[in-house]
Design a protein around this ligand. Structure first.
Ligand code: PAF
Length: 282
């Protein structure tokens, strides 16, 4: 696996891969890789002849009070994992290569960026959309894969690609979970043992609410019950538990179309998010 750190070397390396006519799949990450990322790379391998992954802890998607400085960084381990999973190129620019002096363009995706995580993380999705657009222009992949765990992010990226006529197919990959249901996340590393035990309440509360809603329960009641269970388990604050249209993220008060149940809540200093698909019974 080649590790490249400047755009010109990246372009040359991707062009060399492409010379056999095979498709290029791209897996953007911020590193601290876990089995969720590896599932993205494995799916990328199934769908394309060549795989490029990136590691870039993107400063513009962190607010000043967030965990940019403490975000786990371990490139050597990450590179080994990517190589073992069959990745061909690791694109690992530094901040100066990504945002050269005078960089002044931001992409803002209205609507789907607002509410949910957008409410408590102002500017976050502008940072995500801008860096992902740059990564797409740098790598020029045929397809790009994102985890469904960050469902609002996936929706923002799909909308950006559609609105800006970007020639890349976006593939969402189902959330990978621990045996007790907790969604894999680089931020799970922040949890103390006690918090890790409490964290199980998040997938459990969502699962119970999803079954209740799919079974015809009142949506507002099911959401309130889930929030209450999270608060009881020690989450504070419970930022949101909401039912949204699976495609537009429009708020839903009844299950009348394919939907997504989404939640964000804090355990100590760790902010956890999760979501589940919920569809009306046929
Ligand atoms: O999901 C992530 O790891 C990041 O938000 C992404 C898509 C790599 C952009 O920095």
């Amino acid at each position: 696996m080649q590790i490249v750190r400047d755009v010109e070397s990246l372009r040359n390396a991707v062009d060399a891969l492409r010379s056999d006519g095979g498709r290029v799949a791209f897996v953007p990450t911020m590193g601290a890789l876990h089995d969720g990322h590896m599932a993205l790379v494995a799916e990328a391998r199934r769908r394309a002849a060549h795989v490029v992954a990136s590691i870039f802890v993107n400063p513009t998607q962190f607010a000043p009070n967030e965990d940019l400085s403490t975000y786990p960084r371990r490139e050597a381990t990450d590179a080994r994992m990517l190589e073992e999973e069959g990745c061909d190129i690791l694109w690992a620019p530094d901040a100066a290569a990504m945002y050269p002096e005078g960089h002044s363009t931001t992409i803002s995706v209205a609507g789907v960026s607002e509410g949910l995580c957008g409410a408590s993380r102002p500017g976050h999705f502008d940072g995500v959309a801008t860096v992902v657009a740059k990564l797409f222009n740098q790598v020029r992949p045929d397809i790009a894969l994102f985890g469904e765990k960050d469902y609002q992010q996936l929706t923002v990226i799909r909308r950006m690609v559609r609105d800006l006529d970007m020639a890349v197919e976006i593939v969402g990959v189902p959330t990978q979970r621990e045996a007790d249901g907790l969604a894999l996340s680089s931020r799970n590393a922040y949890l103390s043992e006690e918090e890790r035990q409490a964290a199980r309440a998040l997938p459990r509360a969502l699962g119970e609410a999803a079954s209740a809603i799919a079974g015809g329960a009142d949506v507002a009641e099911a959401l309130a019950k889930a929030a209450e269970k999270l608060a009881k388990a020690g989450f504070n604050p419970v930022e949101y538990v909401e039912l949204r249209d699976a495609e537009t993220l429009e708020p839903l008060s009844a299950l009348d179309r394919p939907a997504r149940l989404l939640a964000a809540a804090r355990l100590g200093r760790t902010r956890l998010i999760d979501n589940l698909a919920v569809s009306p019974r046929e």
